[in-house]
Design a protein around this ligand. Structure first.
Ligand SMILES: [Mg+2]
Length: 287
């Protein structure tokens, strides 16, 4: 069982390196989604390096460990970076992102056989349902570990999410922690302009979920304390919803404060600007 504990300083170093990975991967193939990836970097790093109980060896059964499902699969750059940095596969494989025959396709899929990937994702709205199935399997197997799932906030416009929300509460899925990347933005603009999400905390509460809001989702200590609170809220008959306020493009000044970088690759010049804002800490992958 691997459960290495890292200091905040070490987690910050991993976050910086993951940001470099994300920017270099998207630049390298001139395709992909840097904005949401950068916004979720602290979350993914804290989950994999601090909060989740993970086994050394990856297998799809996932018995005896916490599980993570990525529902908003387009933020694959941050997922691939964190998996590689957590030793699921070689770091240099990040250079193959979105290339022909790579295991690191734009949206993660299981049939590529990449360790760490448990479900194909990209068609939005499905990941919560998958995570509920896994959480139910854990209960049936008397496996006392948690299931995490990350969704985008724009993704909540999908109807399947709310069917799953009802199902999870009805079935008392209290080993499930769902997280929403609450950045207020989606591919076509602000969620409030595209299709307003309304009062999200009250909506999830009304659906029978225990709701925890993390107001500073790009601050490592806030993420850890909020998710520890979420962990402490499991096991009491209700699924747990974490509304994580983040900033799209976080850590790269010209990508922040706009939905424009949802799915745009940086130029050579922009790459250098972004890398200059995020010093190399763990060693860049070889391009
Ligand atoms: Mg969003």
């Amino acid at each position: 069982m691997v459960m290495t504990k890292h200091s905040i300083h070490n987690l910050e170093a991993i976050v910086k390196q993951a940001r470099r990975d994300i920017i270099r991967m998207v630049h390298g193939c001139q395709s992909g989604h840097p904005g949401g990836s950068l916004g979720c970097t602290e979350l993914l790093v804290c989950l994999y390096f601090e909060l989740m109980q993970r086994n050394d060896h990856f297998d799809l059964d996932g018995i005896g460990e916490d599980l993570f499902f990525l529902s908003n699969g387009h933020v694959s750059p941050v997922f691939y970076s964190v998996l590689a940095r957590a030793d699921y596969f070689p770091v240099d494989e990040l250079s193959t992102f979105r290339k022909l025959n790579s295991r690191l396709q734009g949206h993660p899929t299981t049939h590529e056989g990449l360790p760490g990937i448990r479900v194909a994702s990209g068609s939005l709205g499905q990941g919560l349902s998958v995570a509920i199935g896994a959480a139910q399997a854990k209960k049936l197997n008397h496996d006392n570990h948690l299931v995490y799932v990350l969704m985008g906030d724009g993704e909540l416009q999908e109807g399947q999410v709310w069917e799953a929300a009802m199902y999870a509460a009805h079935n008392k899925m209290d080993n499930l922690i769902a997280i929403v990347d609450y950045n207020g933005a989606q591919i076509d603009g602000a969620t409030n302009d595209v299709l307003s999400l309304g009062d999200l905390p009250r909506k999830w509460m009304a659906f029978g979920w225990n709701v925890i809001e993390i107001m500073r989702g790009n601050d490592i200590e806030s993420v850890i304390s909020g998710l520890r609170k979420a962990q402490a809220s499991t096991g009491v008959g209700m699924p747990v919803m974490v509304l994580l306020h983040t900033e799209m493009g976080n850590g790269v000044d010209f990508m922040m404060g706009s939905h424009k970088w949802h799915g745009i690759a940086p130029s050579d010049e922009q790459l250098n600007l972004a890398l200059n804002q995020n010093a190399e800490t763990l060693g860049d992958y070889i391009a």
